[in-house]
Design a protein around this ligand. Structure first.
Ligand SMILES: C[S@@+](CC[C@H](N)C(=O)[O-])C[C@H]1O[C@@H](n2cnc3c(N)ncnc32)[C@H](O)[C@@H]1O
Length: 393
């Protein structure tokens, strides 16, 4: 493979260093100002990708990571930057993307989370020991500990590595503030060995517990079941939900689109008049109905289906619409219907600033975008969440 010495001139939106020869070269684990010797790993017509084989000049911003797997593991991208620098990078990235794709300059300071032990869900693959997939590959890198995982998960990883995992090929661990769920595929475990685990599911069969766990914080209970979306960082989740709560007005009617297990709507329910949540995943809707019951709420309801189709087939009225779509953002049918419903306020929770900027561009024909706040939810990765507040023109 060809070797080159290059200087890093910028970071891209995936946290990779950018160098330029005859075309851009994207390089993992390389910071602005660093001079590195690289090996070209991919050579395309318009760009190349490279891997550092030697750091000739290091950036003063570089920190040595405590993770022994960082070089190979596909989980984190920014462990070589201090947390403070990661936050600056993410805030600037949102500002750049929003300005470039929607011309807006109303991005606030980023709201931090914590750097380590925040993830309440990991998916492990098994090759005698448990591990993560390596970057851009299905090769498994065995791990004993993950810096970003909840400590309850790390204790369980150590235990799993000390037993015979026989034919098991995949293990998901999810935690709430108090409970742990183990979801196993391809083989079984001896449940007597896992006293600390509240629910165990093997090949879709519940062997122990209720088949779900409950997150119980600030008098609010949220069900987490194996197939439903639940925010992976509880601190980040409450930061975002508090922002949405601050934006909604009292005694209004709210539509919570892409509602997952209904958590945002439930968080708002005591302040507003009524909430209707819409969600495509039936497991999440079942959890949402259970959440309604265990939180003794009577002013929230849910509809199962695709947001665009449900809005097309109903005549909803809402003072405020909250949307929290997946990375793809809103589709044209959803946008057309949101504009038709004509809410005074629109609160857009986004996990991809590029699709957020695209959608704000369209929505800003009818709405003023007052502010966009980035939130750190996935420390040590390039990902960043945003909450945007829009009001009717
Ligand atoms: C980012 S999650 C947000 C969930 C929830 N607001 C929360 O905070 O936990 C996006 C949710 O949108 C759902 N979803 C994806 N596409 C959808 C669609 N076309 N219509 C309705 N829901 C959809 C997913 O199943 C997922 O639960």
């Amino acid at each position: 493979m060809k070797k080159l010495e290059v200087e890093i001139i910028n970071l891209d939106h995936f946290g990779r260093g950018i160098a330029k020869k005859d075309k851009p070269i994207f390089i993992d684990n390389a910071l602005v100002g660093e001079v590195v010797e690289i090996e070209i790993t991919k050579d395309k017509k318009k760009y190349s990708e490279g891997k550092v084989i030697n750091y000739i000049k290091k950036s003063p911003l570089r920190v040595e990571s405590d993770c022994p797997y960082y070089d190979k593991c596909g989980g984190c991208d920014l462990l070589h930057l201090s947390y403070e620098e990661q936050l600056k990078y993410k805030e600037n990235k949102v500002k750049e993307i929003i300005k470039k794709f929607s011309g807006l300059e109303c991005v606030n300071k980023i709201v931090p989370s914590v750097q380590y032990n925040y993830r309440n869900k990991v998916t492990l693959h098994v090759n005698k020991k448990v591990g993560y997939y390596q970057k851009k590959s299905y090769d498994i890198i065995a791990i004993d500990n993950c810096l970003i995982a909840d400590n309850k998960i790390n204790k369980l990883i150590k235990k799993l590595n000390n037993i015979d995992l026989n034919t098991i090929n995949k293990i998901m661990i999810r935690t709430s503030n108090k409970e742990i769920m183990l979801v196993v595929e391809g083989g079984s475990v001896n449940i007597a060995l896992f006293d600390e685990v509240d629910t165990i599911i093997v090949d879709n069969k519940v062997l122990k517990g209720k088949g779900y766990i409950i997150n119980d914080v600030n008098n609010l209970k949220f069900v987490i079941s194996p197939n439903s979306f639940f925010q992976v960082n509880q601190i980040g989740m409450f930061n975002i939900y508090n922002q949405v709560l601050k934006y909604v007005d009292e005694n209004t009617n709210v539509l919570d689109l892409y509602c997952g297990t209904g958590t945002i709507g439930i968080y708002l329910a005591n302040k507003v008049n009524k909430v209707l949540g819409v969600e495509i995943n039936s497991s999440a809707i079942n959890d949402a109905l259970l959440n309604k019951k265990i939180n003794n709420l009577t002013n929230i309801d849910f509809k199962l289906g695709d947001v665009g189709t449900i809005l097309n087939n109903n005549n909803f009225k809402a003072d405020c619409i909250v949307v929290d779509p997946p990375r793809a953002g809103l589709d044209n049918v959803a946008i057309k219907n949101i504009i038709k419903i004509n809410p005074q306020k629109l609160i857009y929770v986004s996990c991809d600033p590029v699709t957020l900027a695209r959608d704000l561009n369209i929505l800003s024909n009818d709405y003023n975008v007052l502010e966009i706040t980035p939130f750190d939810m996935f420390s040590n990765t390039y990902h960043v969440e945003c909450v945007a507040l829009l009001t009717k023109k």
